[in-house]
Design a binder for this molecule. Sequence first.
Ligand code: PMP
Length: 434
Amino acid sequence: STSLAVYYQARKRERRAAQYQPRPIELRREEVLSGVTGLIGNTPLIRINSLSDALGVEILGKTEFLNPGGSVKDRVALRMIEDAEKNGLLYPYTGSRIFEGTVGSTGISIATIAVARGYNATIIMPDDVAEEKVKALLALGAEVERVRPASIVDKKQYVNLARRRAIDFGKRSSLDRANSLTDNGSPHLLKSPPSVVISTLSTHATSGADADPRADEDIISKPRGFFADQFENKSNFEAHFDGTGPEIWRQTDGRVDAFVSGAGTGGTIAGVGQYLKSMNEDVIVALADPEGSGLYNKVKYGVMFDRKEAEGTKRRHQVDTVVEGIGINRLTNNIELALPIIDDAFRITDAEAVSMSRYLVHNDGLLLGSSSACNLVACVKLVRQMGWKDGQKIVTILCDSGTRHYSKFWNDEYLHTANIPNDSHIVLDLLDTP
Ligand code: PMP
């Protein structure tokens, strides 16, 4: 562990330059919350008793599955929509439509908030994700388009398609506007910009936040398309930097030794990690990375792929996967914000995640989704690697509930067909418990 200490010291120096300044914490203490969005965030932190007792440390889980949309993604969806409203990119009750490419959780969160705030939603997702998510989306009135899983360079990849659909919607509503304006004899208004907005770091930085869009009758009366773009949108990072991170700091009285998280868009690990490091740079931030994801190699060796990994890498894009929501093979704005503050990474197999989920349901009564299970396997691996056993505090995210995963991760028949072992000894071996 001397060489580990030297390694962490070096990582600490590297990341100083990239650090973000914390903002004051705003706590909501209303007794009556305003509608469904009032329920988002401020989730409890629980001690995972079985693992904590077995390891002699405190394994603490942030119960994000308690958010009204059922996952950590509610925070991100709310922040992206609020920021878009502030920047004049979305207007409620005008037929405006939010487009997003997602494996499901973000879509459900967007669809939920869209209803509450007067928008429509179109969700593009791969067709191999658990059916439960599609059912929830349809129940919420979202338009759902499912595509074959493909690499991000493919035009039909779900994120690219969501962007495309937003642009088409914008063009259509611009055309509608043009026609209706020509009809009523106001051709000069044809010069209005197309009504699609691609939300990226740069448009956020340059959009006119202080112009009051409500003054513009033309804009309010016409529908707009907004591509939420969770992978590149910095509101994702900020939801965690301003929310999840400060909440964890407060809930642990600033005594937290490590934060462990997987990364899908990277927003959670970047936002929480950067906030905790800004409060105490000795907090260790560790990545839980599933099979087939390139992030593990990026953190460990500075490159996304190596030859040996090529098979596994392909798998995540083209074949059914059992762990949903984490793992990625490309760099995004939110991943870039995370890389400087990630100290270490752990590769988690499907079998380890399955084993952990069954261990937790039997010992703690916690029925969790696949990414939460990956996070907890990584917690155990980190504790073992560090040799911790004296009450150190390790915080992780319980991203969503197992109820969203009955058709795959929690379906023994599916696991059998997919050749993924369901073996309780895997976790017992990790814990060194007979
Ligand atoms: N778990 C689940 C269930 C998710 O849907 C996601 C988001 N795709 C994550 C974890 C990962 O979070 P992030 O996007 O912040 O990296």
